[in-house]
Structures are given as C-alpha cells and as structure tokens.
Design a protein around this ligand. Structure first.
Ligand SMILES: [Zn+2]
Length: 349
C-alpha cells in the first residue's frame, strides 16, 4: 500500500488543505479497479469509520497476494469542509465561500479522459479545486463508491438506473435496506459526474459500479456499525473480483426496497415548531397514516398540526433535529407510486 498526500490550495495566501490517498496495486491489469471516498460532506463520518475497518482487511489481502485490481481510497475527502466551523457548529455540507454544496457542481467530462479535468489554475475557489481533484482521482476506476449518510435513516443507495439490476449484488453485499434509482441530469453530484463520461456507450457500462452510499444517520457512528459496513465494502470488492477471498460467499439476491427516485416524497412541515414523529426509518405506512405532529403553539388545544402520508410507502429517512422551520423537510417517504412533486436527477433536493 502506498500513501500520498494531495494538497488543495486555499483562496488566500498561506492557506492550504491536504488529505491522504491510499493505493493498493492489483496483480491483474484486467481485473476491475475500485475507488472509495468518504466524508465529501465533511460531517458525515460513517463511511470514514467503515473505511478504517476495511483497511486492515485490504492490508491482509495485500500481504497474501490477493489484491487483483488497483484500489484507491480517500477516507476523508473534504479537508475544506472539515475546517469550516461557525459558532461551534461544523459546516461540512456547503462551502462557506461560495454557498455551494460540496456534492454539487462537479465537472462533467464528455469522455473519461484525465486531460479534461480542469487544472487548478482554471478554477476560482478551493471547493472547485477539491471537486476537480476528487473526480480526477476517481476517474478510470470501474467501481466508484461515494460514502455519505443521511440525517436519520436506513442504510440505502442511490444508483444510476442504467446500472440496475446489474448492481443488485453490491446492494446485497453491503446489506442496505433500500435502493433509489435515478436517471436524467441534475446538479452534477459526484455520483452523476462519475457515471457521466461513460454513459455514451453500453460497452462502457458493463461491470461498472457507481453509487452514493447513505450509511444510515449522521450519529450512527460506532464500532459495531463501522465493522459491519467495512465488511460490506470488502464483500463488494470480493464480489466484483477486485480482491480474492474464497471465504466470502456470493451475495444473495437483493431483497430490499427498490424504487425510482420519482417515487420519493419529500414531506415538508406546514408549520414551524417541534416535531413529534409517529414513524421511524424502515417503517411501512398506508396512505393517510399520521407520520408526525408539529407542535406550533405549545400549550394550546389547537396548537398542533398533523402530517399524514400522501400515499402508501416506506419511511427512508427523517430529521435528526426536532425543531423545524415552516416548509422544512420532515422525512423522506418512498411511495409505492410516483410522487406528485417529483423532479428528475440523482438526488431529491
Ligand atoms: Zn452527504
């Protein structure tokens, strides 16, 4: 394994950011190669913890000569967001200098050619330089896993619809509960930018894996979960022939929820207040079931408003905070039918 350090220059003199990259060299140039990154949203750490648990398995495989395809790993992909604190809270999701989400506006390359990655000198801000660098590091890998988490949620994947059901083995290997399929063009998330150069030809898609992994909620970071998730990542690498390991069984058929992104209902709060949930991620609901009550005038008989399911479905996520502004997201419901408010693209909002 080789470790190298990437440097991202800041927007003012004297400021630079760095992050390590770990590379395992495969023995077979024809074997699939893999790129894993975590914490692009800098406060989302389940993937970082999972990679920490994966690394000893890879070092053992390397020592035993079982790594067939090259593996590139970035456990903490966003040193810019990691350093952003305002009033004691980390702001790891948006770049403060540009107000841009760290997982939007990646370069879209017309073909998988590293020469098309914009050079640092052509990019105005540190977040743009970071995005170009990460896309450049990932380019050319058959398997690209971007490890995130939701607020509170079941483990689930976003997968380009063109890679489904070919990627069902990955969902099963990782042990996620749900898969959301997207198509079309949206806001150039890392996942979309990773598949984009290859969507021109069906041959380029064979054997390809691109996904945003949502490893449950932001507080679901502990040793047991990390060990399980690290083992899941390892199972993907074995299932796809990047690592050899005869002790790992082939993934079973995927038995979780699979739905197109247009079925996802973003349920929003009609009032500001304190939210009391009736449901948790993983629950099934019927149309009209009460999902939550918002207490907008505490202490008054008519001080609450109920939020009901617009259709039958599956609770994918909910908020980790219990105080809501008006029209703020309350939860994501995967409906059995398309949502009336669906928009195209790889993420809902
Ligand atoms: Zn994220």
């Amino acid at each position: 394994m080789k470790k190298s350090i990437e440097i991202i220059h800041g927007d003012t003199s004297g400021v630079a950011y760095s992050f390590p990259v770990y590379r395992f060299a495969g023995s077979d140039p024809n074997a699939p190669n893999a790129y894993l990154q975590a914490a692009l949203h800098a406060g989302e750490l389940p993937g970082t913890a999972a990679i920490h648990m994966l690394m000893p398995k890879l070092r053992k495989a390397e020592a035993e000569g079982r790594i067939r395809g090259d593996i590139t790993i970035v456990p903490e992909a966003n040193p810019v967001g990691r350093a952003q604190y305002t009033f004691g809270d980390r702001q790891g999701r948006f770049h403060l200098g540009t107000r841009t989400n760290f997982n939007r506006d990646f370069p879209r390359l017309e073909r998988p050619d590293p020469k098309l990655i914009p050079p640092d000198g052509a990019l105005a801000t540190a977040d743009q330089r970071l995005k170009a660098r990460l896309l450049g590091l990932s380019l050319g890998h058959k398997i690209v896993l971007d490890l995130h988490c939701d607020d509170e949620g079941v483990p689930y994947l976003y997968v380009p619809a063109v890679l489904w059901p070919a990627m069902a083995d990955c969902a099963s290997a990782l042990g996620v509960d749900a898969v959301i399929l997207w198509e079309g063009r949206s806001d150039a998330e890392f996942e979309e930018a990773s598949i984009y150069p290859y969507t021109q030809s069906a041959a380029d898609l064979a054997g390809r894996v691109v996904t945003t992994v949502e490893f449950r909620g932001v507080a679901d970071v502990d040793r047991t979960l990390a060990e399980g998730d690290g083992a899941g990542l390892y199972r993907i690498l074995v299932a796809r022939g990047v690592v050899e390991d005869a002790s790992i069984a082939k993934p079973a058929p995927f038995a979780g929820v699979v739905a197109p992104i247009r079925n996802v209902e973003m349920i929003r709060s009609p009032r500001a207040g304190t939210v009391l949930y009736d449901v948790k991620p993983g629950d099934r609901v019927k149309a009209g079931d009460r999902l939550a009550t918002v207490v907008h005038a505490p202490g008054e008989d008519d001080g609450t408003v109920e939020i009901r399911a617009p259709q039958a479905g599956y609770i994918l996520t909910r908020r980790s905070v219990r105080s809501l502004r008006v029209h703020e997201d309350v939860l994501k419901l995967v409906g059995d039918a398309p949502s009336a408010t669906a928009k195209p693209g790889s993420l809902e909002a």
